[in-house]
Design a protein around this ligand. Structure first.
Ligand code: COA
Length: 335
């Protein structure tokens, strides 16, 4: 009697885009009271990309990333995509969805469902779990998952505590069913919402505090972060949740080809690698050139390192962000 092979959701293509304009640490020292030395040693960023055009939002970054994916992977046809999911903390609008704007921009067939969700910096990990559900259930065959973040739109140009940290970028993947044993193996998603919301928040603009002259005057439409509170939690949780997913899947550090950490601070990245005994040459890093691109940082790493990945490589993805929310994904690379 034939036994059915397990269906898993596999990443079958990656695309990415960062804007051409570069904002260096030297440029930032002309805007706020800081130094290249402070940013380099405390955070690990040398430069970040900025989408300078005020008429373009995160959808522009998403559209360029999808165009890149289609150009790099001619086997993926836009007319075969049957769902579009966008992770963004900086959507074009409250509504319509950025997913529908991107779908229109790249020519996704009419009728294909498109939606956004917000998962803070671990948004891409949430997106993989969402897409996995749709693919493994058999309901959808080619899910386009996009993370697009125009962080420069929500960063206070006068705040040295946040201005050096963030950059703009977009990246995307296609997820398809496979029975060859590769693809998403396990996911852990957690939320530590015990009074932590206030440590990393955009205070106004939503329904709890709608925009007004006062909220604008008080700079309440920008990222507000208590860096040390976030750092302490991120450094513990990203390491612990990576160790947990490895342990429950019987993986030792020798079995893991790459860890792909959210790119918020080089000190958090190195601590995470240390916690799971991985050498730094097995850690994907692009924080030095792109800064923190929120939910786009992990897929931008996959995009940067795509040519160095091999079928069957074990990858551990991990991220932490506002909420506090965090998680890890264990996947086997599929191509
Ligand atoms: C934001 C972050 C880089 C700040 O680094 P830090 O070492 O924690 O810095 P602190 O906030 O404790 O500030 C230390 C000192 O540097 C100063 N400082 C802060 N920003 C500075 C800047 N851009 N340039 C120079 N000095 C700065 C502070 O004023 C403080 O000075 P003091 O000691 O005289 O009071 C760090 O806390 C961080 O990475 N946090 C986590 C971010 C994260 O993981 N986010 C996840 C979701 S995106």
């Amino acid at each position: 009697m034939a036994t059915d092979k397990k269906v898993t959701a596999a990443i079958t293509a990656v695309g990415g885009y960062v804007p051409e304009d570069i904002l260096t640490n030297a440029d930032i020292t002309k805007m706020v009271d800081t130094s290249d030395e402070w940013i380099t040693t405390r955070v690990g960023i040398k430069e970040r990309r900025i989408l300078k055009d005020d008429t373009k939002g995160s959808s522009y970054l998403g559209i360029k990333a999808v165009e890149d994916l289609l150009a790099r992977h001619p086997n993926i046809k836009v007319e075969d995509i049957d769902m579009v999911v966008v992770s963004s903390n900086t959507p074009d609008y409250h509504f319509p969805t950025t997913a529908s704007v991107i779908a229109d921009g790249v020519g996704i067939p009419l009728g294909v469902p498109c939606f956004d969700f917000q998962g803070a910096c671990p948004g891409f990990l949430y997106g993989l779990q969402i897409a996995r559900g749709f693919v493994e259930s058999g309901l959808y065959k080619k899910v386009l998952l996009i993370s697009a973040e125009k962080m420069s739109a929500i960063v206070n140009q006068k705040d040295r505590a946040t201005l050096p940290l963030f950059g703009d970028g977009g990246a995307c993947v296609v997820l398809e069913p496979t029975t060859d044993g590769t693809g998403i193996q396990d996911v852990i998603l957690r939320n530590d919402n015990a009074g932590n919301a206030e440590h990393l928040i955009m205070k106004a603009g939503g329904s709890a505090c709608p925009p007004s002259h006062e909220t604008v005057d008080k700079d309440m439409h920008y990222v507000y972060q208590e860096g040390q509170q976030v750092f302490k939690a991120a450094v513990t949780q990203m390491g612990d949740v990576s160790a947990e997913i490895m342990e429950r899947n019987g993986l030792s550090h020798e079995d893991v080809a790459w860890v792909v950490p959210h790119q918020a601070n080089m000190r958090i990245i190195t601590a995470t690698a240390r916690r799971i005994n991985l050498d730094m040459d097995q850690v994907m890093v692009n924080i030095d050139k792109y800064g923190n691109t929120s939910s786009a940082s992990i897929p931008l790493c996959l995009w940067d390192y795509e040519e160095r990945l091999h079928k069957g490589d074990n990858l551990v993805l991990t991220a932490f962000g506002a909420g506090f929310t965090y998680g890890s994904v264990y996947l086997k690379w599929s191509y």
